[in-house]
Design a protein. Structure first.
Length: 163
């Protein structure tokens, strides 16, 4: 009997990403680290809702977050600055001490960001404008990301010397 390969959690959002790109006339970025969709030089990270949760939300990327609740055919567009605000109160992240690196978000907190599929592109544009209006916060997230990378390098080097 042939076994169907199990799709990992990181691949479950592919249909949501494809659907979002088709609804917004956006493209798949050349580099996955930049996001899941790009339009006019602006990126979006698309997450499929799993139950009531969005996993691995990375505020340090300072990218518009798009959530798709397939069960209810509902879309949410969260400006990057609001993603940072939603995560800022967390004591730690998802599998990490720094919540800005990776966190979970509850769908219950995203009600104000709900949009119709017909308004996805317009909501994305508005989210970008709102977040770009906070250049100090955007720069701080760039700094946090660089500091995380620097700390990781320092820790790896120190541990490797001890091994």
């Amino acid at each position: 009997m042939a076994m169907t390969p199990k799709i990992g959690i990181s691949k479950t959002g592919n249909k949501a990403e494809d659907l979002f790109r088709s609804l917004t006339s956006s493209q798949k970025p050349g580099e996955a680290r930049l996001g899941d969709a790009v339009k006019n030089g602006n990126y979006a990270e698309v997450k499929k809702v799993s139950g009531d949760t969005l996993n691995q939300v990375r505020a340090v990327k300072y990218t518009t977050l798009v959530a798709y609740d397939a069960e209810n055919d509902a879309w949410y567009v969260v400006p990057a600055c609001d993603v940072v605000a939603l995560i800022a109160g967390k004591e730690r992240g998802q599998h990490t001490e720094n919540p800005f690196e990776s966190s979970t978000l509850s769908l219950r907190n995203l009600g104000p960001y709900k949009v119709s599929s017909a308004n996805l592109s317009t909501a994305w544009d508005a989210a970008v404008v709102k977040s770009d209006g906070k250049p100090l916060l955007k720069q701080k997230m760039k700094d946090v990301l660089q500091e995380c990378k620097d700390l990781s390098t320092a820790h790896k080097n120190a541990v490797r010397k001890l091994i």
